[in-house]
Design a protein around this ligand. Structure first.
Ligand code: F6P
Length: 552
């Protein structure tokens, strides 16, 4: 027997009949236009929508028929989606390459629930950490926790990268309206020193607390920034090592590395290897979020996550928001050949949401082999990108409307704004509806001509239409809704991964660059000319950089 056998994941044999049927079906519907589909069914806009757990998803402006949906649902069944969902929720080690359970859903499970990993109920530990976070957050927020010189902490800087940054910064921006305005929150991620320098340039070290957030506590960028922060803090506090305990806390799964760094593990907030970095914003990685919005709002956010988890786990697939979003994403990606998805939140507070989704979606589903290690025979993970509306309309929407590529869009809007100002909000929402309408229905040459457009200009003013979009509407962007929205995308990503039969929870693709950078760092820093063994391009770039450095 092999010493380290390939782990078995409970999965049904993937039958290919639904994929095949969808391929045939695509041929018969590929020429159908949304104009026709809406004309043929005046209730399409009502029928192809789901209203659940406070989110309304209108998916009628996708290029699908009832038959398409039936076949997509068959694909979900054939892929064993139900069993895979149950596997995830019950703590099965579905991240097979890292032999880990995938239990971000346990982070938001109510106290009285039980979720077992290796025979141990993890929910009590989750709540114990949440309680410690709440105590700490309250002490900071009410000024009880003082800095080394006795001054109140007014600035909180989260140092982390990837999932240890994007979730916290996205959530802080999204929930700024609920945040403690007497405090300043900043986020340092890039190993580019400018990120740190700009974050602290107007801050007093005596009033500044750093949260060093890193699942592994070994990430080059985070550790470098944390060392720089330590030096900055110590320099501003008279060099007294004791000050570190008052100005640094850690969030990590790696207590040994945290102590090595010099942070007392009493000031560490833990989480577990069954929480993936990009699924960790509601673990202790969300400490900065909790300090900003307060423990009660943080718990409301967790409740929102949990509501969506329960919906995903229990709702029938035809009325299941994440399942439908996932199925439609696969339809657009694999059958319509759309390489990207634009995420367009019409809510200024969601300005970092597309960036957050980029890691969630692309680190999860940017995979080239199936669970069995065989090359996938389908396109996986589409490229997610986006900007808040209406800014994007005056920049890249031209390409979405009239370019040669098909770009499905997710529009996200809210009935109420946190900042009612005259007519602004109606105008904002009018733009959501107008854009989805324009994308779907376009403008025919006849319509353009009827407006008196000269013949030569007509082709330039024609909008082909037939551009698919989803519209997600919710009442208001509050902590609970943010939780629902993030969980919606998490589970949609999971659904897509199941249909492609890939491991959505590892990220081996980030390793090679890290290793090569470690090799190149000394070649840049070494005062003696190093012997270079790269390719001719990399060798020349390294030499050129060294020369440019010398000339400075
Ligand atoms: O390199 C990618 C990655 O491992 C992400 O998956 C993760 O979110 C990020 O780095 C940061 O990792 P850590 O929290 O361990 O510092």
């Amino acid at each position: 027997m092999a010493a380290n056998p390939q782990p078995q994941v409970k999965k049904p044999a993937i039958k290919q009949s639904a994929w095949k049927a969808l391929t045939t079906h695509y041929k018969s519907v590929s020429k159908l236009h949304l104009r026709q589909l809406f004309a043929d069914d005046t209730r399409r806009g009502q029928r192809m929508a789901v209203d659940a757990v406070g989110l309304y998803l209108d998916y009628s402006k996708n290029r699908v028929t009832d038959e398409t949906l039936k076949l997509l649902l068959q694909l979900a069944a054939e892929s064993g989606l139900r069993a895979r969902i149950d596997g995830m929720f019950s703590g099965e080690k579905i991240n097979i390459t890292e032999k880990r359970a995938v239990l971000h859903v346990a982070l938001r499970a109510p106290k009285d629930e039980s979720i077992f990993v290796d025979g141990k109920n993890v929910v009590p530990e989750v709540h114990a950490v949440l309680d410690r976070m709440a105590k700490f957050s309250n002490r900071l927020r009410n000024g009880e926790w003082k800095g080394h010189t006795g001054k109140r902490i007014r600035n909180v800087i989260n140092i982390g990268i990837g999932g240890s940054d994007l979730g916290p910064v996205m959530a802080y921006e999204a929930l700024k309206h609920y945040s403690e305005r007497s405090m300043t929150f900043r986020f340092v991620s890039n190993v580019d020193g400018t990120d740190f320098a700009e974050a602290v340039q107007d801050l007093d070290p005596a009033e500044t607390l750093f949260i060093v957030s890193s699942k592994t506590f070994t990430t080059l960028e985070t550790m470098t920034n944390a060392q720089t922060a330590r030096a900055w803090s110590l320099a501003g506090l008279g060099g007294d090592e004791k000050s570190v305990a008052k100005h640094f806390v850690a969030v990590s799964t790696n207590a040994a590395e945290v102590s090595k760094f010099g942070i007392d593990t009493a000031n560490m907030f833990g989480f577990w290897d069954w929480v993936g970095g990009r699924y960790s914003m509601d673990s202790a990685i969300g400490l900065s979020t909790m300090i900003a919005i307060g423990p009660e709002n943080f718990r409301a956010m967790l409740n929102g996550f949990h509501e969506m988890d329960e919906h995903f786990r229990t709702a029938s697939f035809e009325a299941n928001l994440p399942v439908l979003m996932g199925l439609l994403a696969v339809w657009n990606n694999d059958f319509l050949g759309a390489d990207t998805v634009a995420v367009l939140p019409y809510e200024q507070y969601l300005k970092r949401f597309p960036a957050y989704l980029q890691q969630l979606t692309m680190e999860s589903n940017g995979k080239h082999v199936t669970l069995d290690g065989k090359a996938v025979n389908k396109e996986t993970g589409p490229i997610y990108w986006g900007e808040p509306g209406t800014n994007g309309q005056h920049s890249f929407y031209q390409l979405i409307h009239q370019g040669t590529r098909l770009i499905p869009c997710d529009f996200i809007g809210f009935a109420k704004t946190s900042n009612p100002l005259g007519r602004h909000h109606d105008m904002l929402l009018a733009n959501v509806f107008a854009q989805t309408e324009a994308l779907a229905f376009g403008k025919t040459p006849e319509q353009v001509k009827a407006e008196g457009t000269p013949d030569w200009l007509v082709p330039h003013r024609v909008f082909e239409g037939n551009r698919p979009s989803n519209t997600i509407l919710a009442e208001q962007l509050d902590p609970e809704t943010l939780g629902k929205l993030v969980a919606l995308y998490e589970h949609s990503v999971f659904t897509q991964g199941v249909l492609w039969n890939i491991d959505s929870f590892d990220q081996w693709g980030v390793e090679l660059g890290k290793v090569l950078a470690q090799r190149i760092i000394p070649e840049l820093e070494n005062p003696a000319e190093p012997v270079l063994n790269h390719d001719s391009s990399t060798n020349t770039l390294v030499r050129r950089y060294r020369k440019m450095k010398e000339q400075q």
